[in-house]
Design a binder for this molecule. Structure first.
Ligand SMILES: C[S@@+](CC[C@H](N)C(=O)[O-])C[C@H]1O[C@@H](n2cnc3c(N)ncnc32)[C@H](O)[C@@H]1O
Length: 242
């Protein structure tokens, strides 16, 4: 019985399959969102902490702005700098149209989309030369991928020297990570696990950014107790490339 239990914990589907399953869940989620005016407005305002801190650090319009994992609506945080010359959103899902029936909401989404470029691609292989963007944002994406370090490498590569990088992602305390590690093997089809194939531990992103030549300017840190055994929470960072 013990061996059976350990085998269940150890076994996990191949990563590529996990990502495909996550993306299918994500597609259904966004399809529902596209038809719902409140849902669309919620998506726009959900990450206002990261948005406000980006504006405080970077009050000049970036001339080239990239949002990786922008979402199929194609808006992400691209609305934050309306006068930015180049605004590009990247997502592996196909672009979807907002048809909420509320003309205010639909026209707002269309206006943002008309002003920016949408590219269907994965963030692990960004189709841009190094140091192409003054501002790169990747919000609520890293734990939706299966190769988060590769994605981070790419975000850092395409950011210009002295350019800014804004990241938001759900993180887990050490205890929370351990519980999820076991529970996700026991309940692999639980929807929150399906949608988030990867778990990130508090402190991980700080180290990743610093080791890739970035200085963190602002972030919502966790206490020592929170890092050890606190609940899962959305963390964000605004960093500059040195
Ligand atoms: C929770 S949504 C966040 C969307 C948007 N950034 C926002 O905050 O509203 C996660 C997005 O990450 C995208 N995604 C998943 N894997 C990705 C990858 N490898 N590269 C880039 N984007 C990815 C999904 O398609 C989805 O649109």
């Amino acid at each position: 019985m013990l061996i059976n239990f350990l085998a269940r914990i150890y076994r996990r589907a191949p990563r590529v399959l996990l990502w495909k399953e996550a993306q299918e869940g994500e597609r259904i989620y966004w399809q529902k969102r596209c038809n719902n005016a409140v849902g669309v407005m919620y998506e726009m305002a959900e990450h206002s902490d990261l948005a406000a801190n980006l504006l405080q650090v970077n009050d000049r319009e970036p001339s080239a702005f990239l949002d990786v994992g922008v979402g199929p609506l194609g808006i992400g945080l691209l609305w934050l700098y309306p006068d930015s010359l180049i605004k590009i959103g990247i997502d592996p899902l196909p672009r979807m149209k907002a048809q909420t029936g509320n003309p205010y909401v639909d026209s707002l989404v269309h206006r943002i989309r008309d002003d920016s470029i949408f590219i269907r691609a994965r963030g692990e292989n960004l189709p841009f030369p190094a140091e192409s963007f003054d501002l790169v944002v990747c919000n609520n994406v890293l734990d939706h991928t299966i190769f988060p370090k590769k994605l981070l490498d790419e975000l850092c590569r395409v950011t210009k020297v002295k350019g800014h990088l804004g990241i938001g992602v759900d993180t887990n305390s050490l205890f929370g990570f351990l519980i999820r590690w076991i529970d996700r093997r026991l309940r692999p089809h639980y929807n929150p696990y399906r949608l988030h194939p990867h778990d990130i531990i508090i402190g991980e992103i700080n180290k990743d950014l610093q080791s890739r030549g970035f200085r963190i300017l602002r972030h919502n840190d966790a206490s020592i107790l929170g890092s050890a055994m606190g609940r899962r929470r959305m963390q964000w960072w605004v960093a500059v490339k040195l």
